[in-house]
Design a protein around this ligand. Structure first.
Ligand SMILES: NC(=O)c1ccc[n+]([C@@H]2O[C@H](COP(=O)([O-])OP(=O)(O)OC[C@H]3O[C@@H](n4cnc5c(N)ncnc54)[C@H](OP(=O)(O)O)[C@@H]3O)[C@@H](O)[C@H]2O)c1
Length: 195
């Protein structure tokens, strides 16, 4: 049974035209040089404190492979020592104890395994896993950070959904870098809960 105070967030950074990576997986466009005078500063202390509130991460295997490539290039591991669940049907290298692989029924995994154990559960991509999470009605919240760039083509934030998902805009923040952060609450979950 799902823990009532557990919360599933989908978080991703995308181009204005809704892509999370180029077709070949490249995310070089995340570095932009825009300046928005009226925006907030990214306060490293706030970010560090905020990251502490996340209890575990869930990601697709392709996102995991990108994270491993970043790490091999010396760019570090973005998920600290928080439990990180990688969805895959393949045998993949496991480079740290905090990583666990999972395959099978995602609804059962989230509601019976993750929700009873963790309060703040973050799905961090990619497009395939985010869409699956929404299609199954597992997400409570979507955090969409838009970078000031159009890239024309790439991997979409959400792969095709087969129904509308009603959202409530809960928060909007603009930063000096030109990034706009949107936070939406998902109005209907698979438990029929209306937020
Ligand atoms: N801009 C951003 O914020 C951001 C964030 C995250 C990722 N990205 C980028 O997005 C790209 C990856 O996105 P993507 O949509 O191609 O792939 P993805 O969602 O990261 O991974 C998809 C893979 O996950 C596995 N999978 C999905 N659902 C599963 C389930 N229920 N059970 C078991 N395995 C499951 C399957 O892999 P198997 O074949 O292994 O079974 C599937 O091919 C990368 O280029 C990454 O850099 C960008």
């Amino acid at each position: 049974m799902a823990k009532l105070d557990s919360y599933v967030t989908i978080h991703m950074v995308a181009s204005l035209d809704g892509f999370i990576a180029r077709k070949d997986g490249a995310v070089d466009w995340l570095e932009t040089s825009d300046e928005f005078a009226g925006g907030d500063n990214m306060d490293p202390e706030f970010i560090e404190a905020f990251l502490k509130t996340i209890d575990c991460y869930v990601m697709g295997s392709r996102t995991y492979e990108t994270a491993l490539r970043f790490e091999a290039q010396g760019l570090g591991w973005s998920y600290g020592d928080k439990p990180t669940f990688v969805l895959t049907t393949r045998e993949l290298p496991r480079t740290r104890d905090s990583v666990e692989f999972h395959s099978g029924d995602l609804t059962h995994f989230v509601n019976e395994r993750l929700r009873p154990m963790f309060r703040s559960i973050w799905f961090v991509g990619g497009g395939m896993v985010s869409a699956e999470c929404l299609r199954l009605g597992l997400a409570d919240e979507v955090r969409y950070s838009i970078m000031p760039i159009l890239i024309g083509d790439g991997i979409p934030f959400f792969e095709k959904l087969d129904k509308d998902i009603a959202l409530h805009l809960a928060e909007v923040k603009a930063y000096k870098t030109g990034m706009v952060e949107l936070r939406y609450e998902v109005l209907q979950t698979n438990e029929g809960r209306v937020l």
